[in-house]
Design a protein around this ligand. Structure first.
Ligand code: GLN
Length: 543
């Protein structure tokens, strides 16, 4: 554990969760980040995940939601997306650690003999390893916000809770605080908010030696002062540290609500930081924009994992951001791609103002995505393809316009006579599912006369990738002749990063994931342009 070099002035906020999952610990941690940044502090956020997977890269999006890709190519928990959308902190490999990673590294050290024959145990070896990750993100910041995944009371999160308990003694106890997120359920039949689950969850925390300093209480009704006093008494916190987090219409409202409850003031006070009023003007404007849109567009998202919105978290948010920059509300219609492969799917895209086909893996629904691209091309509806959404657009165009009837992606038909989407010749295929993808940020040069250049306004961009398959250069010329524009290319000229259809109001698809680079403060240029063209489409098709 390298802690000697660490500045002892760094402050730590540990965020735990109680009662049940899905209370929004990620949003709460991100909102704390927003508030502290608005007070002029430099922050970072670390997510500790108690599951045994070494990273979420191979996890099913249906179970775990989206895999969020950082600029340096780490496949991480979707909460890191919230952190980047809510703050200026740049997330990377160091900002997400799972129990699997911790055990993996401890066992590797044991095999290398680094423990010098000691019996390797949860305490201190696993807990030391966890703490070393907290120290590792502490450089150059004023405050580290550390979110512990899972719910207090779970077996698997115990080593993490033990580590953050010990951490108090590794730094000055005045440098850290524990914030616990709980639920105050409203019981309809009794017409009452109930505090017992919160009491029990705090008891559980105290059993392991952690006394929370702040309670953030999720609730659907306002928590009265009287009730706050009761919670304070039973949970051993001061009454003003009982913070109400009411259900909000938009997640971007949460930092403002927590500010109203006094959260930033209390945190600064408890950590001995100089009192400062946060500057939340920009944030207020964002919320106003969401609450009072001047227009509305309907976007169809044709994907594989549409049953669980969490699978496309960043896409949904980036569309909201595109809406914010156009003063429009974006209504999202999530369509399972397979629907478009059947008769009942014939009309599902009628009435939408824009079509987005997101990334994905596996062949289920691929032909439906091809149909979606075809519909957009023929009907001149704005189309935005992301990764697999680019593959489906290219396959469709090659089959319909490029006279390449057998065009396919080698991902779904390895024997295809025309693998228009293929593995690059030098691609490493070692039989493992993990570690064989093009991951993280890559540069891309834009062609001047293109939708892409119009949107970005610069010649070289960087975007995040997560895929194995690429456009097959053998077909570049043939498709260009047929009307496809290759508007974004890697600097060495080898990789097609963006394709467009010249003869279309806005048909653009990219090999990368722009949704990971969008925030409400800085909506991504492509999402901004896509929504602007969807609005144009809508207005020209009205009446
Ligand atoms: N499955 C495709 C590939 O591996 C696309 C991945 C994606 O959409 N992110 O290339």
């Amino acid at each position: 554990m390298k802690k000697k070099s660490i500045n002892k002035k760094v402050k730590y906020i540990f965020v735990t969760g109680g009662v049940l999952s899905s209370l929004g610990k990620g949003i709460a941690s991100a909102s704390i980040g927003t508030l502290l940044e608005s007070c002029g502090l430099k922050i970072t956020i670390l997510k500790l995940d108690p599951y045994i997977n070494v990273d979420p890269g191979t996890m099913n999006p249906f179970q775990h939601g989206e895999v969020y890709v950082t600029h340096d190519g780490a496949e991480t928990d979707l909460d890191l997306g919230h952190y980047e959308r809510f703050t200026h902190a740049r997330m990377g490999k160091l900002n997400n650690v799972t129990a699997g990673r911790i055990y993996h590294d401890v066992i590797a050290k044991e095999r290398r003999g680094e423990y010098l024959g000691a019996t390797v145990q949860v305490i201190p070896h696993i807990t030391d390893e966890i703490k070393s990750h907290i120290w590792a993100v502490s450089k150059g910041v004023d405050v580290v916000i550390c979110e512990v995944g899972g719910t207090v009371g779970d077996i698997e999160s115990l080593p993490f809770l033990e580590a953050i308990r010990q951490f108090r003694f590794d730094t000055n106890p005045r440098n850290l605080l524990y914030a616990h997120l709980t639920l105050i359920p409203y019981i309809k039949t009794a017409d009452e908010l109930k505090t017992k689950p919160t009491q029990h969850s705090v008891q559980k925390l105290r059993e392991i030696g952690i006394q929370p300093d702040i309670l953030i209480c999720r609730t659907e009704r306002k928590v009265s002062l009287e009730l706050k006093k009761k919670i304070a008494l039973f949970c051993n916190v001061d009454v003003e540290s009982v913070i109400t987090a009411m259900d909000a219409k938009s997640i971007y409202q949460v930092p403002l609500n927590l500010y109203e409850e006094g959260l930033s003031r209390i945190i600064l006070e408890k950590l001995g930081l100089p009192a400062k009023e946060p500057d939340l003007k920009q944030w207020e404007l964002i919320v106003q924009n969401i609450e009072k849109p001047q227009d509305e567009v309907k976007i169809a998202i044709v994907g594989k994992y549409t049953a669980l919105k969490e699978s496309y978290k960043s896409i949904g948010e980036a569309l909201v951001h595109g809406g914010i920059s156009n003063h429009a509300k974006v209504t999202m219609n999530w369509i399972p791609a397979e629907t478009l492969e059947t008769d009942e799917g014939k009309d599902v895209l009628n009435g939408c103002d824009g079509i987005l086909v997101p990334g994905g893996f596996g062949d289920r629904g691929f032909e439906g995505k091809v149909q979606a691209a075809k519909f957009a091309r023929i009907n001149k509806v704005p189309y935005f393809g992301i990764c697999l959404g680019m593959h489906s657009a290219v396959v469709e165009f090659a089959r319909s316009e490029g006279q390449i009837k057998g065009a396919h992606s080698a991902e779904f038909d390895p024997e295809s006579s025309d693998p228009i989407i293929d593995l690059m010749p030098d691609q490493n295929q070692n039989g493992n599912k993990g570690g064989t993808m093009r991951l993280g940020e890559y540069p891309c040069q834009l062609r001047k006369n293109s939708f892409a250049f119009q949107a970005y306004g610069i010649r070289e961009i960087k975007e995040r990738h997560r895929h194995r398959y690429e456009f097959n250069n053998k077909y570049r010329f043939q498709l260009e002749e047929a009307g496809m524009r290759f508007s974004g290319i890697s600097p060495n000229g080898n990789l097609v990063e963006i394709i467009e259809l010249a003869d279309h109001p806005w048909f653009l698809a990219g090999q990368f994931h722009p949704e990971f680079n969008s925030s409400p403060r800085e909506p991504h240029p492509l999402f901004k342009a896509f929504i602007a063209h969807a609005l144009e489409y809508k207005n020209s098709h009205q009446s």
